[in-house]
Design a protein around this ligand. Structure first.
Ligand SMILES: NC(=O)N[C@@H](O)C(=O)O
Length: 261
């Protein structure tokens, strides 16, 4: 069990759309630089400036932008165990999260309670959604899920007090700045890289169905070097506005299914 911080502020987070500019302090928001309806490879010189600049590839049938997000291994510079890491690609199948209804507000609204943040102190980590349309957006009747990216700055050089599973007092070094947690709404057509050591909530999918993500990071197999977690009490939530906007999760026991092999 993750250590539980002994205190936390109350904060209502209003989510912003995920863009490369507003996410820059926390990592990289990866979006196509080209309009969706561009179907014929244009002259490179006719394109607006972009960093990295595109080059023609694949017999001029593709534009290649590289690198779009770094793949960083900081284990070799500073992991206490000195255990080498390797790049790892993983699939996270993320089911829609349960939301809390605030019945007293008129109209009723829904919120997502943030109760845990985690970080990977020596690697960045990229989540790339699979099978999620870039047309997903917020609104009644939208079937396409979206995902929430929740992050917090790091209080470098500080320590926070927490309790472990045995109720003992422990400290969390470089803890999350819970006064400055931010939430971003991402949709299909976007991937996200959490910067090295960036505190973030475990992936939050909102909508009617599961979203699968290919996740790319480094790991060395030493638990405390691969991931650190901090739980905290009630009080920090993302205000998702009017109830039902993000589609409704199916309630009840999970359906049994049989894999077709
Ligand atoms: N972000 C997320 O959902 N999970 C992780 O970062 C993880 O490594 O478990």
């Amino acid at each position: 069990m993750a250590p539980i911080l002994t205190s936390n502020p109350s904060r209502t987070l209003l989510p912003e759309p995920l863009t490369p500019a507003n996410f820059a302090p926390f990592g990289t928001a990866i979006c196509s630089p080209l309009p969706r309806d561009l179907s014929i490879a244009p002259q490179v010189a006719s394109l607006p400036p972009h960093n990295p600049a595109p080059v023609l590839a694949n017999q001029n049938s593709a534009l290649k932008y590289s690198p779009i997000s770094p793949l960083l291994d900081h284990y070799k510079d500073g992991s206490p165990s000195g255990t080498a890491a390797s790049a790892r690609m993983t699939m996270f199948c993320c089911f829609p999260r349960k939301l809390r209804t605030i019945a007293e507000s008129k109209p009723e609204k829904e919120v997502f309670d943030v109760r845990i943040l985690e970080r990977h102190p020596f690697t960045n980590q990229t989540f790339i959604p699979v099978d999620l349309s870039s047309h997903s957006k917020v609104g009644d009747g939208e079937d396409e899920p979206i995902y929430l990216v929740v992050v917090a700055p790091t209080l470098r050089g500080q320590v926070a007090t927490a309790r472990n599973a045995a109720g003992e007092r422990v400290t969390i070094r470089d803890p999350p700045d819970l006064n400055n947690v931010k939430a971003f709404i991402a949709h299909g057509g976007q991937a996200v890289t959490y910067g090295v050591g960036t505190w973030h909530a475990p992936m939050v999918v909102l909508g009617r169905r599961r979203v699968d993500f290919v996740v790319v990071q480094h790991v060395n197999g030493v638990e405390d070097e691969d991931v650190q977690e901090a739980e905290f009490g009630e009080g920090i939530f993302v205000d998702l506005g009017r109830k039902g906007q993000y589609g409704r999760r199916e309630e009840g026991p999970p359906k049994l299914w049989t894999a077709k092999l």
